[in-house]
Design a protein around this ligand. Structure first.
Ligand code: ADP
Ligand code: MG
Length: 269
């Protein structure tokens, strides 16, 4: 844990009650203002990490430490927009403030500001069924931003969107991040998205879930469309893709050798 760390996870392991080792000995320190992606195949423990950071799940062993203040202002964005279908856009976004006891009049300005940030001014009275997938996700992001978080935890927020919508939301999110200087932890299994957005990509592998690489993306912001087609972008994507394949093939080799091992064979007989 360095002075500029927002939080750090030290030697974190998580075993679910059915025996699944979701995380083993994971170490990760995230610094103030960083945009960090957790990248890895389905089942490698990305959501488990995010839930532990959010305080939504317990770890089996290890430690989570926060700097500055014990309880940082945090917001969580899930893959599903999870909006209340019976409520307007405005009232969906208002929900966290309402739950914290804030009255309607007091929350109006914050709701308007959050909607403006995600470019949804004018849709206050719409219902979720009237919105496209991308707009629903914008509402979900506004609902997270309305609490004025310092730390934004996002679990595959754009995974269900088409490529063009995802790309637009990626650049809008980056613009906002540059203005607001949040610390972002962004979960994805999309290499291109991770490289485009992040100043650091944490590559994870499964069974057990662990960090296999911590790759700084040293490209300046703002990142334009030119960055997506640059040689540098391509280089990062290939490097990370190779690390993912390497981690997956080690896993297969480990399995193959353990099946051939005499001890294992003996124990099977
Ligand atoms: P990811 O988000 O990378 O897809 P998860 O963190 O959701 O991975 O899951 C990591 C591993 O833990 C997976 O093998 C998954 O099946 C398992 N897992 C997740 N949640 C539970 C749970 N509540 N009970 C048992 N196993 C779980
Ligand atoms: Mg997940």
């Amino acid at each position: 844990m360095t002075p500029s760390s927002t939080f750090s996870l030290s030697n974190v392991s998580k075993v679910y009650s059915n025996g699944t080792v979701a995380l083993q000995d994971l170490n990760l320190a995230v610094n103030d203002g960083q945009f960090v992606s957790l990248l890895g195949p389905s089942g490698c423990g990305k959501s488990t990490v995010l839930r532990i950071v959010a305080g939504l799940g317990h770890m089996s062993s290890g430690q989570l430490s926060w700097s500055h203040q014990a309880n940082r202002r945090m917001a969580f964005v899930f893959q599903e927009a999870a909006l209340m279908p019976w409520a307007t856009v405005q009232n969906n976004v208002r929900l966290p403030l309402k739950l914290s006891g804030m009255g309607k009049a007091a929350s109006n300005a914050a709701v308007a500001e959050a909607l403006e940030m995600v470019d949804l001014t004018g849709f206050e009275s719409s219902y979720p069924r009237e919105l496209s997938g991308g707009m629903k996700m914008r509402v979900s992001i506004a609902r997270a931003l309305v609490t004025k978080p310092e730390v934004l935890l996002m679990d595959e927020p754009f995974g269900a969107l088409d490529e063009m919508t995802r790309s637009k939301l990626n650049s809008d999110l980056l613009n906002l991040w540059q203005q607001k200087q949040w610390t972002v932890v962004f979960v994805t299994h999309n290499i291109y998205e991770a490289v485009y957005l992040s100043n650091r990509v944490i590559v994870m592998a499964a069974r057990p879930g662990r960090v296999v690489a911590d790759v700084p993306i040293d490209a300046p912001y703002p990142r334009t469309e030119d960055f997506r087609t640059s040689a540098m972008f391509n280089h990062y994507c290939r490097d990370i893709s190779a690390r993912l394949s390497q981690a997956a093939s080690h896993h297969l080799q480990d399995n193959a050798s353990s099946v051939r091992s005499p001890n294992v064979v003996d124990s099977l007989v």
